[in-house]
Ligand binder design. Structure first.
Ligand SMILES: *[C@@H]1O[C@H](CO)[C@@H](O)[C@H](O)[C@H]1NC(C)=O
Ligand SMILES: *[C@@H]1O[C@H](CO)[C@@H](O)[C@H](O)[C@H]1NC(C)=O
Ligand SMILES: *[C@@H]1O[C@H](CO)[C@@H](O)[C@H](O)[C@H]1NC(C)=O
Ligand SMILES: *[C@@H]1O[C@H](CO)[C@@H](O)[C@H](O)[C@H]1NC(C)=O
Length: 391
């Protein structure tokens, strides 16, 4: 990754396929002409990186993580025979290297042999990139996580640069319980990340705290563990409208489009300025909890399909080689746009079409269908960290 690179697509040396104890001579720019890796050194690695972001010495590049990729034909680095890869390192110049200077990355995914195909540890993993600033939207976070659990999500991976104090407590608790996996993402220690998507406005060295890197990392992290991966933000819920959970939805979609690898879900915005008038779900126990109560926002904007309209995705991680935020860049299989009446995204946030009055919006109470289970689960999660009924 080049530091001066402005808010553009490719960041980080994403290291999807590199192997161990094999020393690789590689500079990222010569990507396609990678020399054969060297065999393992006599002794095993001295320095193994425990970090999620490891600077590559004397360059502007960072190493994020290493995964094996057994699908790609134009292999970037072949494992020498008789080498059981466990760690990998990069060298920027050919020639002898002093092993003690080198920092090694562990290869995070284990070898699979196809037979394991059918027994995934998880059916659905949600990847949330990236938590930063002093974001403390506890109520919406708790509601979204519990909503995902009801829909059949088994695990949520969150890349954390920083967050607010109450959200920190909530996430520590979810992480102890095992539903959430927190990945430390101290990118601000290495670079000056941009806080917005538009370089001219937000500046910085790096787009959105390295969102593209974390999304790709998450796909590789989940590849052997999870049948499907959902790529969206924490204020977004990918919601089936004709099924009670994501598995029933995917069974049907996958039957209709057996070759689809990437399912594109349309974004629907529920402006947070419009409240449901009866206050039915304005619950007293949530009064002291910071953040948005998504059950109070039932008015939905009709997307303007004449202009660019962003999607988020459900993907089969084994069929995706590289992704961007709103679409995959390289994948096997087909992409399928899921009709919005089958599944769409509930996204409570500031209005996109700010001029619209309540009467010009659609009433959409889909979240209410889950209230009987959702409310007690949210209460329980908030209670665990002492945030319930504080006021
Ligand atoms: C690689 O690992 C397998 C299984 O752990 C072992 O049977 C084999 O002997 C190892 N090969 C080498 C070269 O270390
Ligand atoms: C990084 O480079 C410096 C100077 O070239 C060297 O002294 C140091 O040992 C290197 N560190 C690692 C971890 O490679
Ligand atoms: C995944 O879904 C299948 C089919 O619905 C189910 O049998 C299996 O138990 C689920 N696996 C997990 C880890 O929940
Ligand atoms: C998120 O990262 C910040 C900064 O490193 C840390 O203080 C906080 O405890 C982390 N939160 C969680 C839940 O991991």
């Amino acid at each position: 990754m080049d530091k001066p690179m402005k808010s553009r697509g490719k960041f980080f040396v994403i290291l999807p396929l590199i192997f161990i104890c094999c020393i690789i001579v590689w500079t990222p720019k010569t990507y396609r002409s990678i020399p054969t890796p060297r065999g393992p050194p006599k002794a095993c690695p001295y320095h193994i990186s425990e970090q999620t972001i490891t600077p590559l010495n004397n360059t502007k590049h960072f190493q994020v993580s290493a995964y094996m990729d057994q699908r790609v034909k134009d292999v970037m680095c072949r494992i020498p025979t008789n080498c059981n890869a466990t760690h990998v390192t990069l060298q920027t110049q050919p020639g002898r290297m002093t092993q003690s200077d080198q920092i090694w990355l562990p290869i995070r995914n284990k070898k699979t042999n196809g037979k394991e195909e059918e027994k995934f540890q998880f059916n659905f993993t949600v990847c949330i990139s990236n938590l930063f600033g002093d974001y403390n939207n506890v109520l919406q976070f708790a509601q979204t996580l519990e909503m995902y659990r009801l829909l059949g999500v088994d695990r949520v991976v969150i890349y954390n640069t920083s967050c607010g104090p109450d959200l920190d407590r909530l996430l520590q608790s979810y992480s102890q319980e095992g539903f959430v996996e927190m990945v430390p993402w101290p990118i601000n220690k290495h670079m000056n990340p941009s806080r917005g998507w538009l370089f001219s406005e937000h500046g910085g060295d790096l787009h959105y705290f390295g969102q593209l890197t974390t999304l790709n990392e998450c796909i590789y992290r989940s590849m052997t563990q999870s049948r499907y991966v959902l790529l969206n933000d924490i204020d977004e819920i990918i919601m089936p409208y004709q099924h009670n959970n994501l598995m029933s939805l995917m069974n049907v979609l996958q039957q209709q489009t057996p070759n689809a690898a990437v399912f594109l879900i349309e974004n629907h915005i529920f402006p947070k300025i419009h409240f449901e008038p009866s206050g039915k779900f304005h619950l007293p126990q949530w009064n002291g909890v910071p953040g948005i109560n998504i059950l109070e926002h039932i008015y939905r904007e009709e997307p303007n399909r004449n202009i660019y309209h962003p999607y988020k995705m459900i993907v089969q991680p084994r069929l995706v080689e590289q992704t961007s935020v709103h679409e995959s860049l390289k994948n096997f299989g087909q992409r399928y746009k899921v009709p919005p009446d089958v599944c769409r995204m509930i996204h409570v946030r500031v209005a996109l079409q700010g001029g619209l009055t309540r009467e010009q919006l659609h009433v959409d109470k889909r979240l209410w269908d889950f209230h009987e289970k959702l409310i007690p689960s949210v209460d329980k999660a908030l209670k665990r960290v002492g945030l319930l009924g504080k006021s």
